[in-house]
Design a protein around this ligand. Structure first.
Ligand code: GTP
Ligand code: MG
Length: 849
């Protein structure tokens, strides 16, 4: 036998083992404990604990269970939402706590046979029952089918907390005491107990009733103070006779110990829980089998004492079914009706189910009835039932068309014992009961021990009808539980959704609220900003065109210098190669003409190819210029930033994209520059030797007119120049042949001798490079820039079209766009609320609906 140190501050030890639930006072403690179970395990656990349900019910139960889990997680993450939901949430949690046993409480006046009914149902004389005086003294819970090896009972004593809450509930609240009448101390003490007894009944209350409750509570307090420092036994092995005797002495009202004030302790016992193996031989009386995980609760008799009333209220509080037992001898007496009021009051605390369905009215000990059951007057019972089910709208159909059961618990117990092969103490009494109750069950009258059909007796006892009814009710209970949970969850969810919707409405009214069109506008705006950025960049470039042209012209001048240098370097070789000395002046002149022309045309080709080659550098410098300006204005960065730094933007405007863009520009400008010189070739002014020059020189030589050689005659020069320059003499239109003719025809020539020629050559091409080519390249550059701009604009447009489409489904984009919202907090709050509503809507979808 275990003992428990009865320290006032020590919380009561929890009842463990047997797979039975904690019989804690607060029903909230019996929540859904194994929320993390996987579905198959959950199914198994539910099927095990609710064996009366069918598979579809299990499914529905689990669906509600999952909904509840989801809702709990939601409330966990949103503590403010919890406020006000607690009662409904508790209701749902309670409804879905499949581990909670099916609780059947037995109530009725003392001696009506409550304990006898319980003993009959468990199939043995487990609890004390006796005629003539109150026996059961406390809430007695029987958990069957324990898996513990040893059957045991566990007593739970009242602690100071419990006594304080009893006083609060039963005296202060019930009788409307105020602080002026009475202040509850932190500690219970002898002084307080004395003062407590002297509290006067508040006006407007029945003083006798007040005194009774006051005395009952004072007695409990006395017992507490008397035993608070004692080690009180809590656990009792039911196979140990001495332990059982000790247990009965503690818990039964009529035990010797409880008769004397000094040793009386039953008031201090909150409850006793029995963990038993149940009916080992279920096959013998299957009609008396109750659902698994049933907890039968025996209670003291009503009206026995105010404390009993309190205990009954505590015991009934969590009951699923209440078996209200009356005795035929008392039916119709006025105080029986008064009991009904108490019962209804006690059950009203629960309030979840219709009282009519929940209360099973039983007329017990029909074997004792003076009259034959066949001719019994049932009017008083019907009257009582009417009283009991007064406002429930309908009378339940229990036994035939009667609103109550008629039974003989004793006859049933004796028959059951016989069917289980047990022996009964007093066969004569059994025979007598059978004779009155079920004469047809007497098969053969063989002296003192007649042969009896025990099953027929059991049937006649009426108990199996009660059991069947309780079993059916258990099935309904699960359906009700599912319904209750569904209703509670749906109610919470709907309430929260409408609350959030109202919050959104009120928040929206403070801002424009229409975020969708706000987003659209924002995107259009952003897109326009980017277009402006690119246009501004282009315009700035165009405004700088004059400066760019000057820069480019400087570069072109340098280019011309390089061409000159190349010509200067090459000339001595060309000179040696082409111009020979001949003493014969006439021959020399004719050779010379040909040779000089050869030289000039070789220089011409060289210059053209040099130019073509070098103009590419001008193209490159333009691309460089573009890149530098692009970087200086941070165009790339601004494009990406304005596109919310979105991954699509970093890709579209990334390094690779920009490099590709300038490569394209480079290609365009280079291709153009390569053909640029070709474009000028038909220009006579650009040609080093005019087309007609050759023949004219030949004709001149044929006529022998070679005057001016090595210099050419003035008119010849004029004629040539005039032709080369569209008939007009120009300072540039110098005849190159004539200049060559002025160079001393020696093999090695002073480099400075070529100066005049080189200068004349430059005069030929310089303006084409510095003016025409530069202008053309700048124009093409402008065109290429526009091409690049168009390309960027198209990308921007495409990107923002994409943004508009994915705005809501792309959290990164949405988040970034949110930052641009002027009323960010409100927007954020509304967004949060919308997300909550989304989650709740998911929970809202009830499989029941
Ligand atoms: N003849 C007859 N006697 C019964 C029947 N049921 C119970 N009794 C007897 O009535 C007496 C009281 O029965 P209990 O079961 O102790 O009554 P109770 O309602 O538990 O009484 P309290 O515990 O005091 O509230 C016992 O002697 C039982 O044997 C019955 O159906 N027929
Ligand atoms: Mg009893």
């Amino acid at each position: 036998m275990n003992t428990q140190s009865y320290d006032r501050r020590t919380p009561q030890t929890r009842i463990v083992g047997g797979g039975a639930p904690d019989a804690s006072i607060d029903p909230r403690n019996r929540g859904v404990e194994e929320a993390s179970l996987d579905t198959p395990e959950l199914v198994q656990a539910i099927a095990h604990n609710l064996p009366e349900v069918d598979p579809s019910q299990i499914d529905r139960f689990i669906q509600q269970y999952r909904r509840l889990e989801h809702l709990k997680a939601f409330l966990e993450s949103t503590p403010t939402a919890r406020e006000g939901c607690e009662p409904l949430l508790d209701k749902a949690v309670r409804a879905l706590s499949y581990q909670r046993p099916y609780r059947i409480a037995l109530v009725g006046r003392t001696g009506v046979g409550k304990t006898q009914v319980l003993n009959t149902l468990v199939g043995r004389e487990l609890l004390a029952s006796q005629q003539g005086q109150p026996v059961t003294g406390t809430v007695t819970e029987i958990f069957q089918d324990t898996s513990d090896s040893e059957e045991r009972a566990v007593i739970r004593y009242r602690d100071m907390e419990n006594i304080r809450s009893l006083i609060q509930r039963e005296l202060i609240e019930r009788f409307g005491l105020t602080d002026a009448d009475f202040v509850m101390p932190d500690e219970l003490s002898g002084e307080f107990a004395t003062a407590f007894r002297e509290i006067e009944p508040p006006v407007g209350n029945d003083p006798e009733r007040f005194k009774n409750v006051q005395t009952a509570l004072a007695n409990v307090m006395d017992q507490y103070l008397r035993f608070k420092d004692e080690e009180l036994p809590t656990e009792f092995c039911l196979t140990d006779n001495a332990a059982c005797a000790k247990l009965n002495a503690l818990i039964t009202e009529n035990s010797e110990r409880n008769q004397v004030d000094k040793t009386r302790i039953v008031g201090l016992i909150h409850s006793v829980a029995y963990y038993i193996h149940g009916d080992v031989d279920q096959e013998s009386v299957p009609e008396l089998r109750l659902p698994r995980n049933t907890c039968l609760v025996d209670l003291p008799g009503i009206s026995g004492s105010p404390l009993h009333d309190i205990i009954i209220a505590e015991g009934i509080q969590d009951a699923d079914a209440v078996v209200f037992i009356v005795n035929p001898k008392r039916v119709g007496q006025s105080d029986e009706k008064a009991l009904v009021g108490r019962i209804r009051e006690a059950i009203g605390l629960n309030g979840e189910l219709d009282a009519a369905e929940q209360i099973f009215l039983v007329l017990n000990a029909i074997d004792e009835s003076a009259v034959d059951p066949e001719r019994m007057d049932r009017a008083p019972m019907t009257e009582l039932a009417r009283e009991l089910y007064a406002d429930s709208g309908k009378m339940p159909n229990r036994d035939g068309d009667m609103p109550y059961f008629e039974l003989s618990a004793l006859a049933a117990a004796l028959a059951r014992t016989q069917l289980q092969g047990g022996t009964i103490e007093d066969p004569r009494k059994y025979a007598a009961i059978v004779q009155t109750l079920a004469p047809e069950a007497v098969l053969e009258q063989a002296g003192a021990n007649p042969e009896i059909d025990h099953r027929a007796v059991l049937a006649r006892s009426g108990i199996s009808k009660l059991v069947t009814s309780l079993n059916d009710f258990a099935g309904e209970r699960v359906a009700k539980q599912i319904q209750t949970a569904d209703a509670a969850i749906t109610k919470i969810v709907n309430r929260l959704i409408s609350q959030y919707q109202m919050e959104i409405a009120s928040k929206s009214s403070k801002t424009s609220g229409d975020f969708e069109s706000y987003d659209e506008e924002q995107l259009v705006q952003r897109c326009r900003e980017l277009e402006d950025l690119l246009l501004t960049f282009r315009n700035t470039q165009l405004r700088n065109k004059a400066a760019l042209t000057i820069d480019l012209r400087n570069a072109a001048t340098k280019l011309c210098d390089d061409v000159d240098a190349a010509v200067r370097e090459q000339l001595p070789y060309l000179w040696k190669k082409n111009v020979t000395r001949d003493t014969d002046i006439v021959r020399a002149v004719s050779y010379y003409n040909v040779q000089a022309r050869q030289l000039v045309s070789e220089v011409e080709v060289m210059v053209w190819s040099e130019l073509t080659f070098r103009l590419k550098y001008l193209a490159t410098s333009l691309v460089d210029h573009y890149e530098t300006a692009f970087a200086a204005d941070e165009i790339q960065k601004r494009l990406i930033d304005a596109s919310y730094g979105h991954p699509l933007a970093t890709e579209a405007f990334g390094e690779d994209a920009i490099t590709a863009l300038s490569a394209e520009m480079q290609r365009g400008l280079e291709a153009f520059s390569e053909r640029l010189i070709l474009a000028f070739l038909p220009e006579p002014a650009f040609r080093f030797i005019s087309p007609g020059q050759d023949t004219r020189l030949k004709a001149k030589s044929a006529r022998g007119n070679l005057s001016g050689l090595p210099g050419l005659p003035k008119e010849t020069l004029t004629a040539i120049n005039g032709h080369a320059n569209g008939g007009k003499a120009s300072p540039l239109s110098t005849d190159l042949m004539a200049i060559v003719a002025q160079i001393p025809p020696t093999l090695s020539v002073e480099p400075s001798s070529f100066d005049r020629f080189i200068q004349a050559v430059r005069e030929r091409y310089e303006s084409v490079v510095l003016v025409d080519s530069v202008n053309a390249l700048v124009n093409v550059y402008e065109y290429e820039m526009l091409k690049a701009e168009r390309c960027l604009l198209t990308t921007v447009e495409k990107l923002f079209r994409q943004f508009r489409d994915t705005r809501l489904s792309d959290p990164a984009l949405f988040e970034r766009m949110l930052r641009d919202t002027t009323d960010l907090t409100v927007r954020q709050e509304i967004n949060d609320l919308n997300m909550k509503i989304d989650e709740l809507t998911e929970i809202q979808r009830s499989p029941e609906g």
